[in-house]
Design a protein around this ligand. Sequence first.
Ligand code: GLT
Ligand code: MN
Ligand code: MN
Length: 388
Amino acid sequence: MSDFTPKPEHKFTFGLWTVGSTGRDPFGGPVRSPKSPAELVYLLGEVGAYGVNFHDNDLIPIDATPAEAAAIKKDFRKALADMGLVVPMATTNLFGDPIFKDGAFTSNDPKVRSYALQKTMRSIDLGVEFGAKIYVFWGGREGTETDSSKNAALAIRRNREAMDFLCEYVLDQGYDLKLALEAKPNEPRGDIYNPTTGHMLAFISTLAHPEMVGVNPEVAHEHMAGINFMHGVAQAWESGKLFHIDLNDQYPGRYDQDLRFGSRDIKAAFYLVKFLEDVHYDGSRHFDAHAYRTEDYEGVKDFARGCMRTYLILKEKAAQFNQDAEIQALLAEINADDGSMAPFAGKYTPQKAAALKEQAFDRQAISARGLRYERLDQLTIDLLLGAR
Ligand code: GLT
Ligand code: MN
Ligand code: MN
């Protein structure tokens, strides 16, 4: 039996808002009594997490007095030290307070936009104080219900202006901090700007400091949009922009579920874990999910342990896939190359182009070959179901 015990080197993290969720939803109130940030750190330490992330107001309520804030920070710091947990990422709550009802950086109201910048700068200071190296931006309210209300191009420009301002702030403070943008197509707004990781990557390339900014893709958010999450992650990775990742699960076409990682689409979760492990992604594996509303805090621990355990099981399956002789033989056959196209490969030259235009191709012979993907997929299924 393999050992699926989480260890610090796995970099498993949870947000205070994840294990701290009281089960409130649009149709019902809390089912679990709230726990303090320090209590949540002890819970995370008990289940074997490596780190904990927070929004400014997960840690310090928006109306806390300086004395209250100091007391909370003291308890939180002690809990981190007692349990040996770190804070790799922090973020700002730019969606909960009524002032953000029409967005933060993209609000039509200049006072809201300025307040959002002030709140984010203070929150960055707080994150850095606890050692965060990644700062996430999830623009949950940056969108519309009616497109009569906002100029969409102007909203993108306002968002860019805010990101450029905040990059300068980070540089000015001398912080060792990278920013990671998280996309979501809808909820809580009818539509949210920059709805997918791909949109975010394009947006980043227009910023004044693109080297400081990457993405934080979330499984559920891309599955809500019905797209292949791993493909988006691969694109982010390939362009050097995979700064962070939010792991959870989601049935497409439903409300924002934030299910336990790997609990819905095992196959998609497998390809994702395999990708992250194959490329040696070394950032946090952050679980942005919460326990079912049916659970008490023992169930919350089951949930958190389950996220990490499933990841580790899939990691082992990925290693098994890479060592499976039959699977690897099939892959070698699929990727066979007789070298005859080498003269046309790589960078363009006029000679190559001229020669390629003259080359004869036997279309029938090339297309007659079966690719054996049915066999390959069934071997993968057998492996995942424990039948090999
Ligand atoms: C919120 C959202 C998440 C984001 C968090 C960061 S907050 O819970 O649903 O996807 O990652 O702001
Ligand atoms: Mn998220
Ligand atoms: Mn989510």
